[in-house]
Structures are given as C-alpha cells and as structure tokens.
Design a binder for this molecule. Structure first.
Ligand code: FAD
Length: 433
C-alpha cells in the first residue's frame, strides 16, 4: 500500500472509526464558518476521493484505480451499496425511453453492453430475459410506436412491435393489444456486481472507509477541502448544536457520487457557485412480491411509462421471485443529515396493495386477490418534480463550476445501475485525459 494511503488509513481509523474527542479549541467550529476553521483539526492531502460507495461510486473508484490513481472512497453507511443501489428493480435497461443523445440514452446503451460483457467475464449472475412494453388499450398504441422510434434512434438493437396473439404465445397470462419486444433487456444481481467491482478496486489499492460522512467542505483558493465526521457521531447529534468536522481531507480530485445526497452535499461546499446546482426532488417507489404462485411471466413486463417512473412493472429476480413496482410517491421535508445517513422511510404499508391490484390487472387480469405481499422500497433522486419533463443525468465538472478536480453527479436515477460502468469510464476520461 502506498505510504500516503497507509497514513491516511491510520488517520481515518483513529479519527473516524474510533470516536475521537473533539478538542475544545474547535468546539465553536461551524461548517458555515469553514474558511476560518481551527488548525487543530487533522488535515490530510489525498489524491482522489469518491464520495459514495453505491454502484456508481464503486465503478468510478475502480476506473480511477485502473488509471493508476490512489483512491479513497468514503461512505456514511456501514458498508457499500446500502442505499439506492440495493433498492431498485435490478433491470439492465435497453435504453429505449430517453431522448436521443441525452446522457441517459448514451450511458444506458453503452453501459448495458459493458455490463453484459463484464458480468459474463467475471461470473456476475445476470440473465438477458427480454422485455415486453405493453399497450393495454388502443389509445396507448401511439405511445408504443413513439417508444419504438425513440429506442431505435438510441441504438437499441432488435426492437420489434408484436401483436397480441404473438404476445400471448410468449406470455399466456398477459393481456395487451400490442407490445414492444426488447430482446436486449435483462436482470443482474446488483450486489454481486458491486462486490466484483469493489474487489477489483481494492486489489488496485483503493481504500473504502465506511461510517465516514462528508458533512460539507470549503474552497481555499481553488482547492477543495472536505469536512469529514464519523457517522456514529452524527447518530448522536441532536440537530441543534453546531457540527464539527473531525478530519479535513484535501484531495486533488473529488467525485461527488453521493446519490440521494449529492445535491445537498454540493450545497454544503462553501465557495462553490450554488447557482449551478440543480433543485432536487425525491420519489419513493414501493414493490410488492407475488406469493404462493409460480412466476406467471418469463419476460420483464412493463406498462406505458407514467409521470415520474416507468409504471408498475413486473420484474423477476435471479431466484425467480416476481416483483411488481415501483409506484411513484413524491416525498419531501428531509434534512441534509438525514439524507446523508439514508434515513428515509423505506417501509411498505400493506394497504398500498389496494392501489397495485388494479394497475397490475390491466396487463395481468388473473392476478388473485390476496396474492401481493409488501416487498421493499427505494427512493429516486430526481431533478424534475411532479408533472415536469423528465430531467437528464447532470454531470458537472470544472467547465461548469470552475473548481478544478471536482465532479458532481446529480440525478443519477434509473437507468443509473445500467449506466454505472459507462459513467465511470466517462468520469475517468474527463478527469484524466
Ligand atoms: C425504485 C428504483 C428502481 C430502480 N430501478 C433501476 C433499474 O431497474 N435499472 C437501473 O439501471 N437503474 C435503476 N434504478 C436507479 C439505480 O438504482 C440508481 O441510479 C443507482 O443505484 C445509483 O447509484 P449511486 O451509486 O449513484 O447511488 P447510491 O447507491 O444511493 O449510493 C450513494 C452512496 O452515497 C452515500 N452517501 C450519501 N451521503 C453521503 C455523505 N454525505 N458522505 C458519505 N457518503 C454518503 C450513501 O450511503 C450511499 O451508499 C432504480 C432506482 C430506484 C429508486
């Protein structure tokens, strides 16, 4: 392990994982008074910091490590992938829905190809099941035609419109008037994927520091300083007293890949132009699972997309469990620290099933009463609110905010899992030409 990494690890172990007593001299430190913080806070120079060990952050860390960089990944949780990366549909999307040339379209198509190759080469469980997007009434057919045109323009291979009899031959339980077949869609075991990427990153010297929260930062000159605190110390924070960093990291390069927290965190970087930081919205998506029945479908089944999401669809996991979801529930009023610590309400109230049955029966009419059981929930990080046009991913570097070495990733919602490896390659080539 390189010397500087070893000393940093030691420092992190002593300063963060093991609680330190904050010296009296820095008791009055506030993040808003950052420019004048006390010199008694340990300060460490590092090469690259990636904030967030979700699938995107891990993929970026691996890619930076391949470029020969010394990478430190910080995550507020006790291990990797505990937030959105383990609360999604695990679908490898084809790239159909997104406006041509958008980041979502480009990264999804490229990321899908990269992911299939990576999973095959590294033994990551995955399956190219194929997907049917279904029109359940004639009035939805024009939308299906639009998706066919858009997907083809995005470079999705093999898209084909099929009529209801062909759809029924493929899926006898399915009711639809027409369907768009996407043979390249599939599913992946996202935990195995993250584990594999993380293992490679670690083998190349990347250090993952968990229970480590970035609470903000500041610029000195144009040099970014990150304010770090042990997550356990935030747990006991009463919300009233000022927050004191326990460590200041001074990295050459920072990638803010904090998922749901990326916008809140960027707003806590004092000296960064807040005018370029987009607004953020959150939308919970709940899943129900199908109990006591053998899987009725062998393909992924999606209705026509709805406002804020892709509609309550059918996904199968690699164990054959059938999931229906996610719905769209807009939520708000959550503090920065709660977002950093992923303190969202992920419970799935059984009563919500009443709203799922009619949605699912539009394409699966023989769904039996009482067969849905509460599954899990995930939260979408969105840059567009209710009834607004869907926003693209936003990746901001120096050309936007004028801070050298800083990249902010905002709004990495679906298809972020599919896009993760393409995003990582893009970031690495942007930072290090
Ligand atoms: C309901 C739902 C279904 C989806 N389905 C699909 C799908 O089928 N296919 C697909 O391609 N995509 C899907 N997505 C999108 C995909 O899951 C996300 O785009 C992807 O997981 C985002 O990964 P990430 O690494 O950016 O974020 P995350 O996984 O959220 O990771 C961010 C990490 O940052 C950490 N963190 C936060 N704040 C701080 C801080 N201040 N300091 C240190 N660490 C911090 C968190 O602990 C977390 O581990 C879905 C999303 C949702 C919500």
């Amino acid at each position: 392990m390189p010397k500087s990494s070893a000393s940093l690890l030691k420092l992190l172990k002593h300063s963060i994982r093991i609680r330190i007593k904050v010296p009296q001299s820095i008791k009055n430190f506030t993040t808003s008074a950052a420019a004048g913080y006390s010199n008694s806070i340990p300060k460490e120079k590092v090469d690259c910091v990636v904030i967030g060990a979700g699938v995107v952050g891990i993929a970026i860390a691996r890619e930076l490590a391949f470029k020969g960089r010394q990478v430190l990944v910080l995550d507020s949780a006790s291990t990797f992938g505990t937030a959105t990366s383990s609360r999604n549909s695990e679908v490898i999307h084809a790239g159909i829905y997104y406006p041509p040339n958008s980041l979502k379209a480009v990264f999804c198509v490229k990321g899908r190809e990269m992911m299939y190759s990576y999973c095959s080469e590294h033994g990551v469980p995955h399956k190219q099941l194929g997907k049917l997007i279904v029109a359940t009434r004639d009035s939805e057919i024009p939308k299906l035609n639009e998706l066919l045109i858009r997907g083809t323009e995005n470079g999705v291979d093999g898209l084909r419109m099929i009529d209801n009899s062909e759809a029924r031959r493929m899926e006898p339980e399915l009711q639809c008037v027409k369907a768009l077949l996407s043979p390249v869609s599939g599913i992946v075991d996202s935990h195995s994927l993250m584990l594999s990427l993380l293992g490679e990153a670690e083998n190349m010297g990347t250090i993952f520091s968990y229970n480590t929260t970035v609470i903000g930062g500041h610029l000195e000159g144009n040099q970014i300083h990150l304010h770090i605190i042990g997550s356990k110390n935030l747990d006991s924070w009463n919300g009233g007293d000022t927050l004191h960093p326990e460590l200041v990291l001074v990295p050459k390069f920072v990638v803010n890949s904090a998922g749901l927290a990326a916008v809140s965190l960027a707003k806590r970087l004092i000296g960064l132009d807040h005018g370029v930081i987009p607004s953020t919205y959150y939308a919970r998506g709940c899943y129900f699972t199908l109990s006591k029945t053998k899987p009725p479908f062998t393909h992924l089944i999606y209705p026509i997309p709805e406002d804020g999401g892709l509609g309550v669809h059918v996904t199968l996991d690699l164990d054959g469990l059938v999931k229906f979801g996610p719905n769209v529930e807009w939520i708000g009023g959550i503090s920065d620290i709660s977002v950093f610590l992923n303190r969202f309400d992920y419970s799935v109230c059984p009563d919500k099933a009443d709203r799922f049955y009619p949605e699912i029966r539009k394409y699966y009419p023989s769904l039996k009463d009482g067969s849905l059981e509460p599954g899990y929930a995930g939260i979408r990080t969105k840059l567009s609110g209710p009834r607004q046009m869907p926003a693209d991913f936003v990746i901001q570097g120096e050309e936007v905010h004028r801070v050298p070495g800083l990249v902010n990733l905002f709004g990495i919602e679906s298809p972020g899992l599919t896009s993760s490896m393409a995003i990582s390659q893009h970031i690495a080539s942007r930072l290090f030409v």
